[in-house]
Design a protein around this ligand. Structure first.
Ligand code: GLN
Length: 500
């Protein structure tokens, strides 16, 4: 067998193995029994947030790890949207949830809660010069909350809400508490309603702009959730919680993470340029933003590169499958399969494909593989059409010429048509690769920290949107610029032998 044929076969085999893996995802029982997967939503300081190393950190993380230590299990933290946590417990992709989650009757219908480990309440955050002084004052105002939380329930007018009764009250639901605060800082809303500790944390970090209003809202108990009926794990967690309370570990963690949370002072002196430089330093250096971005950039490049290779390999195979139709002058099984693939993939959004791949097929595990496969499969459909068009653009006389010289169809394809087709295909292929790099910016939805998500984290940590987002845009622009240059160079080389 020729070397190149072997290579193509090996590539196809790898794809098949990967695809096979999709349908037989490793189930929980295959994992070591002493590792439990714990879901959190690392946007709730000081209980959980993204630490300097880009990994979830905070009081809750320390508590569950301490419990694991005394009970003899290891903890794997999975960071996902707050709204998805309970559903993930029910589907079995998580064993437990620790996320500053309040015990509510409604949630008790779907999950079991451990003993409470913290008592909180809801606070109101407003601009310094605001005249809002109570929850009732929020009637008819624009309120920002974190979607699906108890703060959301408290502010949403409805039958069982006897404080916010004005139907004109506008509730803006953000995924992250910090986004709600950024919106308040920008004057987009009148108040943010959120749990006590994050509220204190947000105000401490924006003490020049915001103040805290403490109304008498009822107290809430935070607890760890497990799947309904998982008494074995629940007992372990309760016993571990009791042990760390008993031996003083718990109080130490409270002191370290909750009481010891320090204010961050932002420099406000000096002239405009000085302030800008200080700010730049604060956003990218002091809070380690540049490290997060560098890591994110690596992830973006890695995922794009692997997905690109997969896309080109798949696209090539699909194009050849579809071309059997041109050769036979009628639809073939191969062309029908390729046609259906291209049709389905092009007809559905990449975002939905990614979510299906990660949540349904991979059951919230192996996010990187899910992302690479999803983008590769998506890209393959577009690449296939580019390659097919490139091949069809080669004059029919070339095929006839090849065949009359005694070459077989395959040989003519390989030695005469494809070398010419490559020239036609490169510009469109380059375009597709550029689109792919930018399209990977949605991987944040499956808890991967790529360049975009890194920028997003910096916004959360600094409460500033402008600098981090512009920086992210510039980095993407530079990547695309470099790719465009490389492409132009390749095209120039390929066209060297052309007479036009
Ligand atoms: N305690 C609130 C709730 O359970 C908010 C939790 C959170 O946002 N992490 O709804």
């Amino acid at each position: 067998m020729k070397k190149s044929t072997k290579r193509v076969l090996a590539m196809c085999l790898t794809c098949l193995v990967l695809l096979g893996g999709m349908f037989f995802p490793v189930t929980k029982s295959a994992q070591a029994t002493d590792v439990i997967t714990v879901g959190t939503y690392a946007e709730f300081p000081p209980f959980e947030y993204i630490g300097d190393d880009g990994e979830p950190d905070g009081f809750d993380i320390a508590v569950i790890e301490a419990i694991g230590e005394v009970e003899g299990f290891e903890v794997e933290i999975i960071n996902m949207e707050f709204k998805s946590l309970i559903a993930s417990l029910s589907t079995g992709s998580l064993d437990a949830v620790i996320a500053g989650m309040t015990v509510t009757d409604e949630r008790k219908q779907s999950v079991d809660f451990s003993d409470s480990y913290y008592t909180a309440t809801q606070y109101i955050v407003v601009a310094k010069d605001s005249d809002i002084t109570s929850l009732a004052d929020l009637n008819g105002k624009k309120i920002a909350v974190q979607e699906g939380t108890t703060g959301d329930l408290l502010c949403t007018p409805g039958e069982d809400n006897d404080v916010i009764t004005d139907e004109n009250t506008e509730v803006m639901r953000f995924k992250k508490g910090t986004d709600a605060v950024v919106s308040l800082n920008n004057g987009g809303v009148d108040a943010v309603v959120i749990d006590k500790n994050p509220a204190e944390n947000f105000v401490a970090n924006n003490s020049d702009k915001l103040k805290l209003i403490k109304d008498d809202t009822s107290t809430e108990e935070y607890a760890i959730a497990v799947a309904k009926g998982d008494t074995e794990l629940l007992d372990k967690i309760n016993s571990g919680l009791a042990k760390i309370k008993e031996d003083g570990t718990f109080d130490k963690l409270v002191a370290e993470y909750i009481e010891g949370a320090e204010d961050v002072e932002t420099e406000t002196s000096g002239n405009v340029i000085q302030q800008f430089i200080n700010n730049l330093k604060y956003v990218f250096i002091d809070t380690n933003g540049y490290q997060l971005m560098a890591k994110g950039l690596g992830v973006t490049i890695g995922i794009s590169f692997c997905a690109g290779i997969l896309g080109i390999a798949l696209g090539f195979v699909l194009a050849l499958m579809k071309l059997t139709e041109t050769r036979k002058k009628r639809k073939t099984v191969w062309s029908r399969i390729a046609g259906a693939y291209i049709d389905i993939i092009r007809g559905t959004p990449a975002m939905v494909q990614l979510l299906i791949m990660f949540m349904v097929i991979f059951r919230s595990q192996y996010a990187y593989i899910a992302a690479i496969l999803s983008f590769g499969i998506n890209s393959g459909a577009y690449v296939a059409e580019n390659i097919r068009a490139g091949i069809l653009a080669v004059d029919v006389g070339q095929m006839e010429g090849g065949r009359s010289l005694g070459f077989t169809y395959g040989e003519t394809m390989r030695y005469i048509i494809l070398p010419q087709a490559i020239k036609n295909v490169i510009p469109a292929l380059g375009n597709e690769m550029i689109t792919l790099v930018k399209e990977t910016s949605i991987v944040g939805y499956v808890a991967i920290v790529d360049l975009t998500k890194a920028g997003d984290f910096i916004v959360s940590r600094t409460y500033q949107a402008f600098l981090p987002l512009i920086a992210v845009a510039i980095v993407y622009y530079i990547i695309v610029k470099i790719m465009t240059r490389i492409l132009a160079a390749i095209e120039r080389r390929l066209r060297q032998s052309d007479n036009r």
